[in-house]
Design a protein around this ligand. Structure first.
Ligand code: SF4
Ligand code: SF4
Length: 377
């Protein structure tokens, strides 16, 4: 049976919490024959860990110490950020971790190897860095965050940061959940994996994963079944994991357990807290039905706090369909063409952009009836 370990962190005693959690998960059996380990954090941008946006580097520092004790010689920290990775590494002082015996790799400067998706839901082929291809074990250290498009950003979603940026952008056009599944299915079929969720400072709110309110949860959640780890984390965030489509799909394809896993350490009931989540668009196992729902209740961004705008153009440069222009220094979004991917929301660090759900009135009435009649969340 799958196993998820939930550990309470007593700041500043990160090391002991990481050690106690990983002693259950990173066993000698798991490390048997492992020579090279890749640690994949979530370093989306240069916001520090206490904002709830990026992985706490103290977890990585502790983990390196534990792996060195287990005689692992090659430990690599690799990431391809949403923003310029080199600038993010420097701002967050990621290279500082090299003094503990790890090597830091900027995926953007790595050699890229093309692979075939086992599922081919959105991308038939995509590129992975040689560092990812060469490692024997991936320790995926994601952040506990809400996400305006996918509901949450946890372990399965974090692996999307392994592929080329332009393919991530293409994935937003082809369907982000399907793209997540393409990447996750390849990695989970071809690599040993440990999934870790940094819930020391989590992030809640409708504008995640780059903007929102930090929540001090003081938790680390870990296991070797990425689906079970994500499912337990969503339950800790106060919701059913079945409402998160990419987790539901991952379990439906047989990549892990959404329901049947045992928990050690803290119980979910004891640590759970209901997060402020982005509006939920109903999703179904049927692609067609989900697609129709997403089209009808598309999320449309708009500049809510124009006075905060610095005209940095980050939103315009990130939009995968070139749908944003700055006319007379004003952000202009073509609502008709917008595919509702929410990349611009992720790109804007100034909190200028917000979004509304198309057909808001019908959506509101539907949600009200659903809650009242079915008592759903
Ligand atoms: S305007 Fe924003 S939500 Fe619309 S397509 Fe562009 S990035 Fe996506
Ligand atoms: S990313 Fe934000 S601050 Fe920059 S131009 Fe767009 S709306 Fe303005």
């Amino acid at each position: 049976m799958s196993h998820v370990c939930i550990t309470k962190v007593k700041d500043p005693d990160i090391y002991n919490a990481v050690k106690s959690c990983f002693s259950e998960i990173i066993t000698d059996e798991l490390l048997n024959g492992v020579r090279k380990i890749l640690i994949k954090p979530n370093l989306l941008n240069s916001s520090p860990a206490h904002t709830g946006v990026t992985t706490d580097l103290r977890i990585i520092e502790s983990l390196i110490g534990i792996l060195r004790e287990k005689n692992i010689k090659e430990i690599i920290i690799g990431e391809g950020s949403f923003e310029d990775t080199e600038k993010v590494f420097k701002a967050l002082e990621v290279y500082r971790l090299e003094k503990f015996g790890a090597k830091v790799v900027n995926f953007e400067e790595d050699e890229w190897i093309v692979v075939e998706s086992p599922l081919k839901l959105a991308l038939k082929h995509f590129h992975l860095p040689k560092t990812v291809m060469d490692c024997d074990l991936i320790i995926n250290i994601a952040k506990m965050k809400t996400h305006s498009d996918t509901g949450v950003s946890l372990g399965i979603k974090n692996l999307l940061g392994c592929i080329l940026k332009r393919e991530r952008m293409a994935g937003h056009i082809m369907g982000i959940e399907k793209t997540i599944l393409d990447v996750f299915s390849y990695l989970t079929e071809n690599k040993r994996m440990v999934s870790v969720i940094d819930g020391i400072y989590a992030l809640e709110g409708r504008l995640g994963p780059a903007n929102g309110n930090p929540v001090k949860m003081d938790l680390i959640i870990a296991g070797t079944d990425s689906v079970a780890v994500d499912a337990a984390s969503v339950r800790i965030m106060g919701y059913s994991p079945e409402r998160i489509r990419h987790i539901l799909l991952a379990s439906g394809f047989g990549f892990g357990e959404i329901e049947n896993y045992e928990v050690s350490g803290e119980s979910i009931e004891n640590v759970k807290r209901r997060f402020d989540m982005p509006p939920r668009i109903p999703s179904f196992r049927s692609y067609l039905l989900s697609y129709l729902m997403e089209e009808f209740f598309k999320k449309i961004p708009y500049p809510k706090f124009e006075e905060r705008c610095t005209r940095c153009e980050s939103c315009a440069l990130s939009c995968p369909i070139g749908n944003i222009t700055l006319i007379n220094s004003k952000v202009n979004i073509d609502e008709k063409e917008c595919i509702g991917c929410m990349v611009c929301i992720e790109a804007c660090r100034r909190g200028v952009l917000d979004y509304r759900v198309q057909h808001e009135l019908i959506y509101g009435v539907g949600r009200f009836v659903y809650k009242l009649v079915l008592r759903g969340d």
